[in-house]
Design a protein around this ligand. Structure first.
Ligand code: NI
Length: 202
């Protein structure tokens, strides 16, 4: 009897393991599909959001600026703060007002204007921290091909986490996609790449 129970337990464990692997592959496939649907040239588009001072900011307001955009959320335990820090360091080294650093939340439910203001203060003084309604955020995330998924689990504090694309997008003065920097790109690498796109000031 005990042996039978053991084999049932082993079989159940095997089913569970395959189910987890299958789910993982399925999620991974979904992510790849999302990226494939978004050729790089089509990244970007119009948006209307609210900055950390409560002002409306649209893509038109940022016309003629180079934009360095990162999508994330203030509750992010590690990836977002690291990327925003790297981006801020690159912007500090560049010291060029034509380059506008922007942080757009993918978690508008928790990232209110006040939350974004407090969070942005930890990074570069020029960092524009944008939030909006869930529809406004969904629109801009879609335009930039950002993968967003609320995870099932929660952190030790019981807060939900968000799985999201961790890329920094560098956009040109007409809002066109120039290039992206993956998570963990060294600030110096970003500085060199960005400088190569900036016209010399005559
Ligand atoms: Ni994050």
């Amino acid at each position: 009897m005990a042996r039978r129970l053991l084999s049932v337990a082993i079989a159940a464990t095997a089913v569970l393991v395959f189910a987890v692997i299958g789910l993982g592959l399925w999620l991974e496939e979904g992510r790849v599909a999302t990226e494939a649907e978004h050729p790089l040239q089509s990244i970007g588009g119009p948006f209307s959001l609210t900055d950390q001072r409560g002002r409306t900011v649209t893509n038109t307001d940022l016309r003629d600026r180079f934009m360095l955009i990162y999508f994330g959320y203030t509750y992010c335990p590690d990836v977002c703060p690291a990327d925003l820090l790297g981006m801020s360091q690159a912007v500090a080294v560049l010291d060029d007002k034509r380059v506008q650093p922007i942080f757009i939340t993918i978690d508008p439910e928790r990232d209110t204007v006040e939350t974004m203001a407090a969070y942005a203060a930890h990074f570069h003084p020029d960092l524009l921290a944008l939030t909006g309604t869930s529809t406004q955020i969904a629109t801009v995330a879609k335009a930039y091909g950002i993968y967003v998924r609320k995870t099932e689990g929660t952190d030790e504090g019981g807060e939900y986490l968000m799985d999201h694309t961790g890329q920094i997008y560098f956009m040109g003065r007409s809002g066109e996609f120039l290039r992206s920097f993956p998570h963990g790109t060294a600030p110096d690498v970003m500085v060199d790449a960005i400088r190569s796109h900036l016209q010399p000031t005559a």
